[in-house]
Design a protein around this ligand. Structure first.
Ligand code: GLY
Length: 419
């Protein structure tokens, strides 16, 4: 069989790597891929929002099914577009992808189906939001752009004054363009965050080992938010009783909601959960695999990913058993110095050949004249597996320390706070 993966980050490298191991897959294609992906898949440089060209490619190459990594094409309706052309594809329809592409939609969905989440209010113009904040008081507030903002559209504000600034940035200054033309303001909930990912065929689901992301740029969760600087799975915080709670109180209700709303969802759903006083609250939904959670979770998967995808496409997910390694995975992201702000690229990445007992998933990387060069903010992820979390941490750090490039930055405390 032939599979096409859409995307070009570390997440997509790990998805390509997993499919490349599948006994059913003869050839992996990736659009648009990166320097690392090109070592295991045939990459093509097509704009991932150009659905006509993507569908023509899938037809010409006789792709058996397509797997979509990032949220943008999903929110633009790539699944509907492919299905109308009888092309098999893994991902939610455009309507279902609103669970990620509209915060207002997802909060309303949670309210409708009794899924615990922070109290919130929606606003469609700046003045209403500013008037509302006049009575907010001195407590923390979370201001979120309704639309997709590359993970940057959430501001945690210390008080109403900061929240007003956030409202003005989003709605008046339009720093996120149209994505910030509607916003929500919600109560701040404190606690530990967990990433629960499920495979779903729309009828049933299968939970993956819960992961934890590290969103801040620096150790001890200091500095700016990023796309994610590291992850590990399974997170020890996600003990059996908590997983059961999340399943009963959140996942089963989501499934009821998908059915009641007739949402066509065949893919991966990411549920960002925060634990407050022993109770799980949903922070956000993402309609795809997480990055860098995927780089930690997929290496733990024992079952053939192709079998899972075929079962999803046939709505027979309940008929297969999905097995996971009884190990821990730790993923550490190496970023360009300066990220998530301005950074330079084009530096040679050295030492990749010295990585012996870990996986390297490339993201902002390009191959040029036989060299591997940095080409983005998050450059690569090193993932190591071991029987205990400390072993996985040690192995991940031993291996990432072999890799060098100018101004390389990575956190030294991934997974450490729980050991
Ligand atoms: N790791 C967060 C995300 O993928 O959105």
């Amino acid at each position: 069989m032939k599979v096409l993966i859409i995307g070009s980050g570390g997440r997509e490298h790990s998805i390509c790597w997993k499919f490349a191991q599948s006994r059913k897959i003869d050839k992996v294609y990736c659009i648009s891929g990166n320097g690392g992906i090109s070592q295991i898949a045939q990459v093509s440089d097509i704009d991932i929002s150009d659905f006509e060209s993507l569908a023509a490619f899938a037809k010409e190459k006789e792709i058996d099914f397509t797997f979509v990594g990032p949220e943008i094409p999903l929110s633009q309706g790539i699944v509907d577009f492919f299905r109308r052309r009888n092309l098999k594809i893994i991902g939610p329809s455009k309507a279902a992808a609103q669970l990620e592409s509209s915060k207002i939609y997802s909060k309303q969905f949670m309210k409708n189906y009794d899924i615990a989440t922070a109290e919130y209010h929606s606003f469609f113009n700046a003045q209403d939001a500013l008037d509302f904040l006049d009575n907010w008081g001195n407590k923390k507030a979370v201001v979120k752009a309704d639309g997709l903002a590359a993970g940057k559209g959430v501001y945690i504000c210390a008080n109403a004054g900061e929240a007003k600034k956030a409202v003005c940035e989003m709605m008046t200054d339009k720093v996120f363009g149209l994505a910030g033309s509607k916003i929500i303001i919600e109560e701040f909930i404190s606690g530990r965050e967990l990433s629960y990912l499920i495979f779903t065929d729309g009828k049933t689901y299968s939970m993956m080992p819960a992961a934890q992301d590290h969103k801040r740029i620096n150790d001890n969760d200091e500095g700016q938010n990023t796309g994610g600087m590291g992850a590990y799975a399974p997170a020890p915080l996600a003990a059996v009783d908590l997983n059961k709670k999340v399943e009963e109180q959140i996942i089963k209700k989501i499934m009821r909601g998908l059915a009641a709303e007739k949402l066509d969802y065949k893919g991966v759903l990411y549920i960002g959960v925060i634990m407050n006083d022993g109770e799980p609250f949903v922070l956000e939904f993402n309609c795809r695999f997480g990055d860098p959670e995927t780089q930690a979770v997929l290496p733990l998967l024992e079952t053939d990913l192709t079998d899972i995808c075929l079962a999803i496409l046939d709505e027979k997910l309940s008929e297969i058993k999905i097995n996971w390694k009884k190990q821990f995975a730790v993923s550490v992201v190496a970023a360009s110095g300066g990220y998530p702000n301005k950074y330079q690229t084009g530096f040679e990445i050295k030492g990749l050949d010295k990585v012996k007992d870990a996986l390297v998933f490339h993201a902002g990387v390009k191959a040029q004249n036989g060299k591997i060069l940095t080409a983005g903010g998050r450059v690569l992820t090193v993932t190591a597996l071991a029987d205990d979390i400390q072993g996985a941490i040690d192995k991940a750090y031993k291996n990432i320390s072999q890799i060098t490039f100018d101004k390389m930055h990575y956190r030294k405390d991934i997974a450490k706070r729980l050991v």
